[in-house]
Design a protein around this ligand. Structure first.
Ligand SMILES: NC(=O)c1ccc[n+]([C@@H]2O[C@H](COP(=O)([O-])OP(=O)(O)OC[C@H]3O[C@@H](n4cnc5c(N)ncnc54)[C@H](O)[C@@H]3O)[C@@H](O)[C@H]2O)c1
Length: 356
């Protein structure tokens, strides 16, 4: 039996990606109804075989109800729609970014706890092939202990432009809330240790009111540093991933072909040598340890998964509804990431490093 999916906001993402995905044979959901304020999108929902509603109350009263409601409006309505759906008795998955502020997110979490309804967020990029491979290589200790992780998205020509509501501040537009929220969710999920500081530059280059460039630097308790950068207009691209560890480094140039290259220390030695030092205008001798790397080895990480399988989001929710799986995208994790985003905006606006 397939779980019934209701959709609020039947735009490009919901009417295209989500419907295509849940119609796959291996996904135990079926799309049954949509609510939207745009008659053209409702006509398209009907064309795709869904019941279409122009009133939220009528949508909530859809015969047979829903096992899950997806909220995929512009970002400014996620909180209101998610809370209303949970109040109406439905489990909810919100599209990313989950909300406009951590206060809104807290309201969604409180509503979920009070109503006892499941609440999660479509952080589908946890299943991106490039990220899965980097995560696995780090967990396997391929480059030893990481001390610096760079995650970067660059577009040469404004791909993912700040068009329509994405260019409007009061709709939650801007690249940090668009791509940035995916990249920070990946980093925060990968690195579980406490965050110490967040510093950032976030600004519009061509956009009228929202950011199209952002760089966020997160320092973790152990000293590990993570850099996230979103560049909307860059004719030259740096690697998607660059990671340094105490036993080597790894890089992935392009998320499209997702090849992880590792250059790892094969043989090294420490030698203690005498070196000159200059104290009190005299030359003295001091002992110093010199780290000599004698040989490196090159390897490519084997493909962990053949494709980015975002359908896993729905499979996991089905497992939670069946009682066989634990929820993967947890609201508390989404809150941690959202606090990083708010700290980044604060750091950029005030020119300060934010203690987390
Ligand atoms: N997870 C991902 O990889 C991913 C990718 C793209 C978009 N998204 C997210 O999906 C959401 C939608 O993005 P999109 O590209 O489909 O945008 P879109 O503009 O194509 O669609 C938004 C839809 O919401 C409808 N809408 C707006 N306000 C509404 C309201 N108050 N009530 C009901 N319907 C309303 C609009 O009419 C439109 O059909 C955004 O939150 C976006 O960030 C996620």
């Amino acid at each position: 039996m397939a779980y019934k999916l209701g959709i609020i906001g039947f735009g490009g993402m919901a009417g295209g990606y989500h419907v295509d995905t849940v119609l796959r044979e291996d996904i135990p959901f079926e799309p049954v109804a949509a609510y939207d304020i745009d008659p053209n999108r409702l006509a398209y929902a009907k064309q795709r075989g869904l019941a279409a509603y122009d009133k939220l109350e009528d949508f909530f009263a859809h015969e047979g109800g829903f096992d899950l409601v997806l909220v995929a409006t512009s970002n400014n309505y996620h909180c209101e729609m998610a809370c209303r759906a949970m109040e109406a008795g439905f489990n909810v998955m919100s599209e990313k970014p989950v909300a406009m502020s951590s206060e809104e997110l807290q309201k969604m979490i409180d509503t979920s706890e009070r109503t006892g309804k499941l609440f999660t967020v479509h952080q589908n990029r946890r299943w991106d092939r490039d990220f899965v491979m980097i995560k696995k290589a780090l967990e396997d200790g391929e480059i030893g202990k990481p001390y610096m992780i760079e995650s970067r998205i660059q577009s040469p020509n404004g791909n993912g432009d700040m068009y329509n509501w994405r260019g409007m501040k009061d709709h939650g537009g801007g690249m940090l809330l668009d791509w940035g929220v995916h990249m920070l969710d990946q980093l925060c999920w990968l690195i579980k240790e406490p965050i110490k500081t967040v510093s950032a530059n976030v600004f519009p280059l061509w956009s009228e009111e929202v950011d199209d460039y952002s760089k966020v630097i997160i320092t973790f308790e152990s000293g590990l540093v993570a850099h996230m950068e979103v560049v909307t207009y860059s004719p030259i691209a740096l690697p998607r991933w660059m990671v340094y560890g105490d036993r080597g480094a790894m890089t992935m140039q392009d998320m499209g072909d997702a090849k992880v290259k590792i250059r790892r220390i094969k043989e090294d030695e420490n030698t203690v040598i005498d070196v000159p030092a200059y104290i009190d205008h005299k030359v003295i001798t001091r002992k110093q340890t010199r780290h000599n790397i004698k040989e490196f080895e090159e390897l490519e990480v084997p493909e962990v998964v053949p494709n980015s399988d975002w359908g896993s989001v729905y499979k996991n929710i089905a497992g939670v509804l069946d009682g066989t799986e634990e929820l993967i995208v947890k609201p508390c994790e989404v809150m941690r990431t959202f606090k990083v985003i708010e700290a980044a905006f604060k750091s950029a606006a005030e020119g300060v490093t934010v203690q987390f």
